[in-house]
Design a protein around this ligand. Structure first.
Ligand SMILES: NC(=O)c1ccc[n+]([C@@H]2O[C@H](COP(=O)([O-])OP(=O)(O)OC[C@H]3O[C@@H](n4cnc5c(N)ncnc54)[C@H](O)[C@@H]3O)[C@@H](O)[C@H]2O)c1
Length: 505
């Protein structure tokens, strides 16, 4: 098609709701004449007034020059019927998330816009192929998935169907980049990148609560303070809305023909059924009526153990020894590879097995993963039922002396952060391995669309893909429900980088 979209290209935005209004603002600020259309004329007027007010506010706060804000406001016009959208070189639809409605709209647009105009959909879950089916020119249909709020969130997933013209994908990708967005390419598939790869962040937290491993406030704190995530899964879903989060999960589960990796949580469904939708209803996982937020469970202060030694090959745990040394604790060389040895206990990074299953010797305390053990402020640990409290206390005392708050969770395979990250990496490797998206784009998408501190594939690189595979295999062995099965892509990597450096991809 030889598609070119420039700053002067007129843009039509259809659907003047939350997303449509945000997208119109982005396009107008980038210099495009924008025509906004909605079947509900009150919504349309409200969106335009809202946009004018928003641009005015940005100017007042000094985020935009007053002329810049006024010019952007002036570039936003409204259309009373679809026919008025004829000049648009790019149409972005952000109407209701219903395949039939979107199909009807695209088919009506075919009779309105020029043959070379691009038809983009902001759908979060529908197939681009299904949307384009039956159109005269399916090659010009592409996904342009913005995140809420569109003017703030930098990620745009550019979603291509089987029939999408590569020139259309390239043009939309370039245009989004010129708007200051981070554009990533992804093939149309359930959840695209972000809504697919992020599922375990919620799913594992739900399972931990369901199994009584820890309470929500504790899991949130561990994922924030050890995992480095900006928000824990429970505070985040209370913000998004438990109903909205459950709907995304259910849609990916259905679209993957009920893959057990995405089975929605019965516990979360219970919240939704009880009307505990989150902040918007005043109560979700937490209450929002002004009461105090529950505190995470933190182990009481324990004595520093009399003696600590560290085996070779501690891997990711290495910085803990340096932290302890900096706090004046002497760590001698000794003990088994990969383990810390105390007078009555030993400790090692979780392997995905239960701590209580460890063979022979002193009782084992499993240590959870931290994104960065040099800076983490909390760590989760677990011991088997055979571990005496004074043995566990030695490990707790050591970690506390190294400057960490310690959370003791029930003996759980893969504890909290490791199981979450292993599954995120598995999802990401699976998408990259299937060619749904490039590894680098997957990491970018998770950092900018989900605010992850680090992309899951870069994380997998740091920990080692072989370790991730072992953790998943061990967990699959414990649960035997298909949820932790390592993807073929992860197995094929067998220790190599998922980001292609060593495979030359
Ligand atoms: N809200 C989000 O966080 C989010 C994020 C990314 C993508 N999306 C997707 O963006 C789209 C819109 O979501 P939203 O949250 O802005 O919805 P919304 O309900 O706020 O707005 C939808 C608007 O579309 C209008 N509309 C419905 N049918 C129409 C039609 N046939 N023609 C013209 N206008 C029509 C409605 O009157 C309404 O004003 C959906 O596809 C959704 O999946 C939403």
């Amino acid at each position: 098609m030889g598609q070119v979209l420039t700053a002067g290209t007129p843009i039509a935005v259809i659907g003047a709701g939350t997303m449509g209004a945000g997208i119109a603002q982005v396009a107008a600020l980038a210099g495009h004449p924008v025509l906004l259309y909605d079947t509900d004329s009150d919504r349309l007027q409200a969106a335009v007034s809202g946009l004018h007010a928003q641009l005015g506010k940005l100017a007042e706060r000094g985020k935009l020059g007053p002329e810049q804000a006024a010019a952007a406001a002036e570039r936003i016009g409204t259309a009373r019927d679809l026919g008025e959208l004829a000049p648009a070189g790019l149409v972005i639809e952000a109407i209701v998330e219903l395949l039939t409605a979107k199909r009807d709209l695209l088919s009506a647009l075919e009779d309105v816009v020029k043959p070379e105009a691009v038809l983009a959909s902001n759908t979060s879950s529908l197939s681009i192929d299904a949307m384009a089916a039956g159109l005269r020119v399916p090659g010009r249909v592409v996904g342009m998935h913005f995140f809420n709020p569109a003017p703030v969130m930098r990620l745009v997933e550019v979603v291509h169907g089987e029939l999408t013209d590569p020139a259309v994908v390239a043009a939309v990708h370039e245009l989004a980049g010129s708007w200051g967005k981070i554009a990533v390419r992804v093939a149309s598939s359930p959840g695209f990148i972000v809504n697919r790869v992020a599922r375990p962040f919620y799913g594992e937290a739900h399972r931990l609560v369901e199994e009584g491993a820890a309470d929500p406030a504790t899991i949130d704190a561990v994922l924030r303070e050890a995992g480095g995530f900006r928000m824990g899964p429970f505070e985040l879903t209370d913000l998004i809305g438990q109903d909205v989060n459950l709907a995304v999960c259910t849609s990916v589960w259905v679209a993957t023909h009920f893959d057990p990796r995405y089975t929605p949580s019965g516990w979360q469904r219970g919240l939704v059924e009880a009307g505990r939708l989150g902040r918007k209803t005043g109560r979700g996982v937490y209450g929002y009526d002004g009461g105090a937020k529950p505190e995470p469970s933190t182990a009481p202060r324990a004595a520093v153990p009399a003696h600590v030694s560290a085996g070779v090959g501690l891997g990711p745990l290495e910085p803990l020894v340096a932290r302890a040394a900096a706090a004046g604790i002497q760590v001698e060389p000794g003990g088994l590879p990969g383990e810390l040895l105390f007078p009555r206990a030993r400790a090692a990074l979780t392997t995905g097995a239960l701590a209580g299953e460890a063979a022979g010797g002193l009782p084992l305390v499993s240590l959870d993963l931290a994104m960065d053990y040099r800076t983490a402020t909390r760590i989760a640990v677990a011991a088997g039922s055979g571990c005496p409290p004074e043995a566990l206390a030695e490990v707790v005392g050591f970690l506390q002396a190294a400057g960490l708050a310690v959370t003791v969770v029930a003996d759980t395979p893969g504890l909290v952060v490791m199981r979450t990250v292993a599954r995120l990496a598995n999802e990401a490797a699976d998408l990259a391995g299937r060619g749904v998206a490039e590894a680098a784009d997957i990491d970018l998408a998770m950092r900018h669309g989900a605010n992850y501190p680090i992309g899951p594939l870069e994380w997998a690189d740091r920990i080692g893909t072989e370790r991730i595979r072992q953790v998943l295999d061990a967990m699959e062995d414990r649960y035997r429900d298909g949820r932790y099965r390592p993807s073929l892509a992860l197995r094929r990597l067998s220790g190599r980088s998922p980001r292609g450096e060593e495979t030359g991809r």
